[in-house]
Write a protein that binds this ligand. Structure first.
Ligand code: PEP
Length: 246
């Protein structure tokens, strides 16, 4: 089974009762000896619940965002060090919804990746182009620019991250990139990572955007696709486990 990592992004979904069932089913449903690692990135208030339900299992957990600041007068923000206290392995940074809806710039995303690393967690750095950017032929330049902004901040530590290619036009739309489209961008990102830092050539490269049980196998079979970042489908345990096992 090719691939390294499949991460669920619950987005702003869940409640205590449903999470209990979902987390228990995930823990029970994912074999200890599986070749792929799976993780779920949950809303901040449920980090304790993920930790309680998944500690001691092979399933990892994480958050969907962190502040770029370590502490202080940033009302409403959550520092990476706080998130780390709940045993998180991963933190998603730069999701396109945060870039588009909350004005996160490349510099902010880079600072968040740095904050996550400083707190001992692995940032899952999201990059992706809009449909208009793709149509204009600028898609690859956009994702390379987003990657370079993070490298300019964290340097060689890019080798300690996970990179997720999530075309904006494929997120939550039901319209996934084809394996050929995704592989082409992943190849560009892989080369760029290697150019920055030889060790970064083995950074897990995840594809995200309307991945379902039905299309996961073909996507994960691509040479430079090491797994997936799964949004909507991660809320259904059977679907998520089917994707992870594809
Ligand atoms: C995501 O939110 O990261 C994502 C990939 O969403 P979806 O799978 O629902 O397209």
């Amino acid at each position: 089974m090719p691939g390294k990592l499949v991460v669920g992004n619950w987005k702003m979904n869940g409640d205590l009762r449903h999470n209990d069932a979902l987390l228990a089913d995930l823990r029970a449903g994912w074999p200890v000896q599986a070749m792929r690692e799976i993780a779920v990135c949950v809303p901040f208030p449920y980090l304790w619940q993920a930790q309680a339900a998944l500690a001691g299992s092979v399933v990892r957990w994480g958050a969907q965002n962190v502040s770029e600041y370590a502490r202080g007068a940033h009302t409403g923000e959550v520092a990476a060090g706080m998130v780390a206290e709940f045993g998180c392995k991963y933190v998603i940074v730069g999701h396109s919804e945060r870039r588009a809806l909350y004005g996160e710039t490349d510099a902010m995303v880079a600072a968040k990746a740095s904050a996550a690393l400083e707190a001992g967690m692995t940032p899952i750095v999201c990059v992706g182009e809009s449909w208009a950017e793709r149509e204009s032929g600028a898609g690859e330049a956009v994702v390379v620019h987003q990657l370079d902004a993070v490298v300019s901040r964290i340097g060689r530590r890019i080798a300690e991250t996970v990179l997720a290619y999530e075309p904006v036009w494929a997120i939550g739309t039901g319209r996934s990139a084809t394996p050929e489209q995704a592989q082409a961008v992943h190849e560009v990102l892989r080369k760029r990572l290697r150019k920055h830092e030889a060790a970064a050539g083995s950074v897990p490269l995840l594809y995200g955007g309307s991945v379902k049980a039905g299309n996961a196998k073909a996507l994960f079979a691509c040479a430079d696709i090491d797994g997936g970042l799964i949004g909507g489908a991660s809320l259904n345990v059977d679907e998520f486990l089917a994707i992870a096992g594809a």
